[in-house]
Design a binder for this molecule. Structure first.
Ligand SMILES: [Zn+2]
Length: 225
């Protein structure tokens, strides 16, 4: 008769008997490390690679377990399918909640605490978004979910029209989040100095130019390191 307890006991003894245990352990440790990198790094590319890497490591660790099984293949398959569902849910869900992690990580505060016009500007553009500021000397702006993050270094550096251009650029990203590939969403988009060849960045810039003007956008870009 099938009993989940027997299945689990059998499972544990199978893994213990297997010479593949160290490999499974190392895969899971590396996967954990990559998860940590994903949440700590600021670089979009490292972020994507670490997330993809951790998922692949976990899935391959489970595949190794299945391979090592002398018994209870059924439970392996259930765990495998369960993890695939979990992993898919994370990838679909994370872009929607990631901004909350960023607020905590940067100890970000609503910009309305220090400036009153940016919220009005967002309303004028007809978008639901919250602008946050955070303490960093490095001039930076980026969007995630329905939040825009601006560093204090940026706020000190740019003129009002330049900041409007930056906010408009980020608003474009927020509006087009749903049609943005999920992998791009996972790598938080930022307002970077380098004129990107990226199609999405060009479209976001065109929108900002239309809302504010081209020279404000270009001078803002020149000030961002
Ligand atoms: Zn952008």
């Amino acid at each position: 008769m099938f009993s989940i307890r027997n299945e689990v006991e059998c499972y544990v003894s199978c893994i213990n008997d297997s010479s593949l245990l160290p490999l499974i352990g190392i895969s899971l440790l590396l996967a954990l490390l990559m998860f940590v990198i994903y949440f700590r790094t600021d670089r979009p590319m490292s972020r994507l690679l670490s997330l993809a890497g951790s998922q692949l490591l976990i899935i391959s660790a489970i595949a190794t377990v299945v391979h090592a099984m002398q018994c209870s293949r059924m439970l392996s398959i259930e765990i495998y399918l369960g993890y695939v569902a979990f992993s898919t849910a994370i990838i679909l869900f994370l872009p929607r909640v990631y901004y909350r992690i960023l607020i905590k990580r940067y100890d970000a505060r609503p910009i309305s605490e220090i400036m009153d016009w940016p919220e009005g500007f967002v309303n004028y553009l007809g978008t639901t978004a919250t602008i946050y500021y955070y303490d960093s000397a490095i001039p930076r702006a980026f969007a995630s979910g329905k939040a825009i993050f601006l560093s204090l270094g940026l706020l000190e550096l740019v003129e009002k029209t330049e900041l409007e251009a930056i906010i408009a650029h980020e608003i474009w990203h927020i509006r087009h989040n749903n049609s943005t590939p999920i992998l791009r969403q996972l790598a938080v988009m930022s307002f970077s100095k380098n004129k990107s060849e990226d199609e999405l960045e060009k479209l976001a810039d065109m929108f900002a130019e239309k809302i504010v003007n081209k020279s404000a956008l270009e001078s803002a870009r020149a000030k961002i390191s």
